[in-house]
Design a protein around this ligand. Structure first.
Ligand code: ITT
Length: 182
């Protein structure tokens, strides 16, 4: 029998869902997945993009849901790819990013989680500082093989505890606190 859920994660990206599910399970919140390629507005603000995505998803599915918008912001590239992280990954990829960098390798990952239901529209952010590695290390999705979180020598793709410290974990922790008391 199909399990029924009170909350759904809407995304085209199954990796984001798997990580969000793992994190939210640890807070006692169980989510279903609605795979959908949501329209995105072009904006320099992850928050505005996330709000648009969430309201759009709610008008499509009419169920309580969360969406996530992420960006990798690289200091030496004035914050690029930022809100364009998905497009940059699909076009120039990790090799293209590595080719653009010289000495300053500081970067941060940002996640915005937006919840939407009939009555609420709420966003929660998570930020994680780190740096871009000199070469790709380890195998995992997206920018994981080139992002080294602060206080680590290993990339996200090489560490075991990504879901305990990531930008996604931080945003979902704030969300969980709110959701469980709403
Ligand atoms: P949606 O359908 O949910 O929008 P998406 O993949 O397009 O899926 P984003 O617009 O949030 O999602 O794109 C952010 C991109 O940043 C994403 O495609 C990955 O390439 C990258 N990214 C985000 N979080 C990451 C993580 O934890 N590890 C590696 N790469 C990540």
């Amino acid at each position: 029998m199909r399990k029924s859920f009170d909350l759904f994660f809407v995304s085209s990206n199954i990796h984001k869902y798997h990580e969000a599910k793992n994190i939210l399970d640890s807070f006692g919140i169980h989510i279903g997945f609605l795979k959908s390629d949501l329209d995105e507005i072009q904006s320099n603000s992850l928050h505005d993009i996330a709000t648009f995505k969430a309201t759009n998803a709610f008008s499509k599915f009419k169920k309580p849901l969360i969406i996530e918008d992420d960006g990798l912001f690289i200091d030496d590239l004035q914050g690029f790819p930022g809100p364009y992280s998905s497009y940059a990954f699909k076009t120039i990829g990790n090799k293209g990013i590595l080719n653009l960098l010289k000495n300053n390798r500081k970067a941060k990952f940002v996640s915005i989680i937006t919840y939407c239901d009939k009555l609420n529209l709420e966003s929660f952010d998570g930020k994680l500082n780190g740096r871009i590695s000199k070469t790709e290390k380890g195998k995992n999705w997206g920018y994981d093989p080139i992002f080294i979180p602060n206080n680590s020598k290993k990339t996200f793709a090489e560490i075991q505890n990504k879901n305990k410290l990531s930008h996604r974990f931080k945003a979902l922790k704030k969300f969980s606190k709110w959701y469980l008391h709403k």
